[in-house]
Structures are given as C-alpha cells and as structure tokens.
Ligand binder design. Sequence first.
Ligand SMILES: Nc1ncnc2c1ncn2[C@@H]1O[C@H](COP(=O)(O)OP(=O)(O)OP(=O)(O)O)[C@@H](O)[C@H]1O
Length: 328
Amino acid sequence: MTDPPPALSLRDIQKSFGAVQAVRGVSLDVAAGETVALLGPSGCGKSTVLRVVAGLERPDSGTVTVAGRDVTALPPEARHVGLVFQDYALFPHLSVLGNVAYGPRVRGAGRGVAEARAREALALVDLPGLEARRPAQLSGGQAQRVALARALATGSPLLLLDEPMSNLDERLRAELREGLRALFARVGAGVLLVTHDQREARSLAGRLAVMRAGELVQVGMTEEVFARPASAWVAAFLGEVNLLPDGPGWVRFVPEGALRPGVGEAWPVSAWQAAEGGVRVTVEHAWGPLTLTLSAREAGALEGSTLRLGVDEAGVRRLPEDRRPVRG
Ligand SMILES: Nc1ncnc2c1ncn2[C@@H]1O[C@H](COP(=O)(O)OP(=O)(O)OP(=O)(O)O)[C@@H](O)[C@H]1O
C-alpha cells in the first residue's frame, strides 16, 4: 500500500507586498491526521502563509498542493480547505445549522444530506440544541465552535485555523484544547494552526514550525523543539531566559530542567518574584545570572539570600547567537 499524499505540501512559497518580503521560500508538509502549529512573532508572515494556502493571496512563486492536487492557481472555493479565520465570520442572516450546512451545500450536496452533515459536525464540537439560533444570539465561545463545525462539515482533507480560540477566556480555552485534540485525531484531516499561544501549540500540535521574518527557522516534533531549540533566537522566542554569552557568536543555553536547586555550591540570589506555583529567583552563578522558579518546597533550600544550585551539564547546550535583527 502507498501512503496517502500529505494533506498539504508547500514548496518554496514566496510572497511580497511592495518592498516587504512577507514569505521567503517556505516549504512545509502537513500529513493527513497531523496537526502542525506555525509559531512566530507578530508580522513574521504566519497569516500570509495561511492566506496563500487558502487561496486568499496568490504567491509570487512556489506551489501549494492539497491532498495531492496542485491548487496554486485555483480560487479559494475550489480548494477544498476548511477555514477557521478570525476575519472569516459566520453569515449573520443564516441560522447555526444553515451556516454549518453551507459548505456541503456549495459543494453540491442536497439539503437533507448537507443538514445531516451539519448536525454531525455540531455534535462533534459539542453544540447540540443551538441549530436554530442566529450568530448574534451566540456567546463568543459558541460562535467559535460553530466556525469550527462549519470547517469540519466540509469534510476537507485540510483545516486551516488562525488563532481559533482568541475570543475565549482561559477556562474555555483549556476546555476546548482538550476537545480539539481528540476531535482532530478523530476526523483524520491535516491541520495547520497559527497561534500566539504556546500552550495551545504545545497541547494541540504534534509538530511545530517556527517562523522568523518570512522564513521557517526550525521545524520539528513539538517537545523536541522546546527541548532543543536550534538557536538563541528560537530559545528566546520560546520563553527561555538562561542564555549566557559563550564566546563570540555563541550562547550557553541552560534549560530550567537542568537546574538542581539545593545541590552543590551556594550562590547569591539577586532577584525574587512571586510566580505561579512558587517563587522566581535569579541566582548569580559563576556562568552568569540563572533564573528559575522554585516550588514552595524547593524554596526551603534558600539560605538567607543564597541558594545552592547545581547544573546538570548533560542538559546544557551551545547555541548559535542569532538575535541581532534581520532585515524586514
Ligand atoms: N495586504 C498586505 N499589504 C501589505 N503588507 C502586508 C499585507 N499583508 C501582510 N503584510 C505585511 O507582511 C508581513 C507579514 O504579515 P502577516 O500578517 O503574515 O504576519 P503575522 O505573522 O501573521 O502577524 P500577526 O501575528 O501580527 O498576525 C508584515 O510585515 C505585514 O505588514
């Protein structure tokens, strides 16, 4: 048996807006059944990549292949891609059921079949009983789930999600994160997710693609990227703070997981701050300042204004220093 083609294959996508090179040579595959999160700072080109895949922007060069079909020259409606975009709102004049049935209808399904598919999709996102409501009568969280159901009902091999939970409060996000992970596994579509929220990326995506100034700078299994960032810039972007100078062009990356409070030599503590789950301290180690969060129990290892701190050297990495600005 041959493997199914990837849900999405991007090859050397380039896209400029006037003098701004928004996307520079992006190549990426998303396998069927896989979720890939595209992460990067504001303005790095994430939305442009998604819009190129959706057909809302035409790339200057490169190809977009969806489930084995070259769609580069096709309009959005001919691509068979499910979209959940912030600016891709629900139709206000249609009911919830009408909104979700719209995709199958446009693709030629009869009314009965389309509505049956819509009911299935609404059940998947756990929204029964709201079929007759208008979008204006929904909460933000309900509206986002309807948008998801609308994308799922298309039966597309590829789903594109741009900040799908941005309108939700933290409690709803946590709830939906769990649900979405199971849902994506069940429907078997490839998912390309753009998010600013690292927790969302970490919990939903099997792989991460980290983007900087129009280019992918690291692509890998999610936990692997967090454990082994390719450079100082990636580490800093992922929230790592213990990046100490280590000769010209290099840094010494000390992940928090490699720090052993209460072990070895005592060092002065230069900063304290209350943090979620304990206290965040900065220790003036011989290598340089090292910051870590101590649990209430570990904080017991503080001796006045010093802390014994060992470093598990097997966890320490030397990374290229690439944090100077790149041209925009
Ligand atoms: N239609 C457009 N016309 C001109 N410039 C654009 C257009 N769309 C995007 N850009 C520029 O292209 C670059 C990439 O923008 P894009 O929206 O893809 O970034 P992003 O990573 O999605 O940002 P954010 O996280 O803030 O949404 C930015 O410099 C942006 O100003």
